[in-house]
Write a protein that binds this ligand. Structure first.
Ligand code: NIG
Ligand code: FE
Length: 406
């Protein structure tokens, strides 16, 4: 059914950059945008429905392109320890950190993980997120990674949300492989990834390249395996130290390299050439009280697309709001409000390989958008927390949150 959404202004992100249509109208046909432009030149829709958006600003549906939102337990105790001065790396070294969430996630049933993840995801949908990525990486064996990825798939079926599932089996060394990292990587490559890909549970493969996780050589084995299986890669790179993981990711034409506080100018050159998106994660930067800033100027200079994401996870970024990341992207990383909006729309879509269908308001793309009751788009980066009044449209249908909650 055709609908003409009017009475709005639109920040379209058309052509991959911030652009605005004042007094706009959007014609949707089912789940797709058929036309968008100035209201005065809107096509005649005959008996189709007209929806008055009452002066709202419309943006593409927000995209959270880096989350670990499926997990058991929480790590508020470690948060308290870190406030006392214990570092993330120290906590990891004595079996806490990611390993403690692995224990809790292994113990949790698939249904329990699903219910907890659904509540977090629904919170994001309410604030305008229409697509997100979910990483595994707290299972670290075949059965538990499969359980996490199955939860990701169920979230996409249960909620009005596009979900991309990323296998992050190479996140940390599970206890049963202590001191045998190469053997674990062989298990990931020879058994886990082929089985999970065969089950249709994997849209991308990720790894954690860091001195407390896996070396560039180990990550490269995982990337080779992903390439053989025909699955795109991403990388947690340069979060705590500089290992040229971002350049390695670029060599494998990764969709994205994420974190990047310690990346170099050479990494930026390699990423620009490969079309690898830089995903910046201000929530983790803030929670770890990191002081090394990601080199935003180098990314800009070399034309690397910059995305922003929540990194929602129980350890380093218990961030239940993507919109909060827009504010933090501006205040902590000195991004402009326009850059942050691109970072959670068109560039985030590219970080998930979805840019042909999502991330901007253009004819032919998914009719996923948010009508915000704000005076200017910069308000999305300005308000700190709280709920901004909005109407969320997914696949051409306005989401009825009262019905979802019931
Ligand atoms: O993106 N860097 C590694 N992975 C997560 C942290 C996961 C955790 O601490 O549980 C991140 O920050
Ligand atoms: Fe992460």
């Amino acid at each position: 059914m055709k609908k003409l959404w009017h009475g709005c202004h639109a920040a379209t992100m058309a052509g991959g950059k911030y652009s605005v249509v004042e007094d706009a109208a959007i014609l949707t046909d089912g789940a797709r945008i058929e036309w968008i432009g100035p209201r005065a030149s809107a096509p005649d829709i005959g008996a189709g429905a007209r929806v008055d958006l009452d002066g709202a600003w419309v943006t593409p549906g927000l995209i959270d392109c880096h989350t670990h939102l499926v997990f058991g337990g929480d790590r508020s105790g470690e948060f308290e320890e870190r406030l006392e001065g214990v570092s993330y790396a120290e906590i990891a070294a004595r079996g806490g950190g990611i390993a403690s969430t692995v224990r809790a996630t292994r113990e949790a049933s698939e249904d329990a993980l699903f219910e907890a993840a659904k509540a977090r995801a629904l919170g994001l949908v309410r604030e305008g997120v229409t697509a997100l990525e979910v990483k595994s990486g707290y299972g670290l064996d075949l059965a538990n990674e499969r359980k996490m990825l199955a939860v990701a798939r169920r979230l996409g079926q249960a909620l009005p949300l596009t979900v991309r599932a990323t296998c992050l089996a190479a996140h940390a060394l599970p206890p049963e492989y202590a001191n045998r990292a190469d053997d674990y990587i062989a298990y990931v490559c020879d058994e886990m990834l082929p089985a999970l890909v065969a089950k249709g549970l994997v849209d991308a493969v990720d790894a954690f390249c860091e001195h407390i996780a896996f070396s560039p050589q180990q990550v490269e084995r995982v990337f080779q395996c992903a390439r053989d299986l025909g699955v795109p890669v991403k990388l947690h790179a340069e979060q705590l130290s500089s290992l040229q993981g971002a350049s390695l990711a670029a060599r494998y034409r990764a969709l994205s390299a994420d974190h990047l506080e310690y990346m170099t100018e050479d990494d930026a050159v390699a990423m620009a050439q490969a079309g690898t998106v830089a995903v910046l994660l201000p929530g983790a930067f803030y929670m770890l009280r990191e002081t090394q800033l990601p080199p935003v100027d180098a990314l800009r200079r070399h034309g690397v697309p910059i995305a922003l994401a929540s990194d929602l996870n129980p350890g380093t970024s218990p961030a239940l709001s993507l919109r909060m990341m827009l504010n933090m992207g501006c205040t902590l990383f000195r991004l402009t409000p326009e850059e942050t909006l691109a970072g959670v729309t068109i560039h985030a879509a590219q970080a998930l390989g979805l840019q042909a269908t999502h991330g901007s308001l253009e004819a032919g793309k998914a009719a996923d958008f948010v009508a915000w009751k704000i005076g200017r788009p910069a308000e999305l980066s300005y308000w700190l927390g709280g709920a901004l009044e909005n109407r969320v449209v997914r696949a051409g249908v306005e989401i009825d949150f009262a019905r979802i909650a019931a």
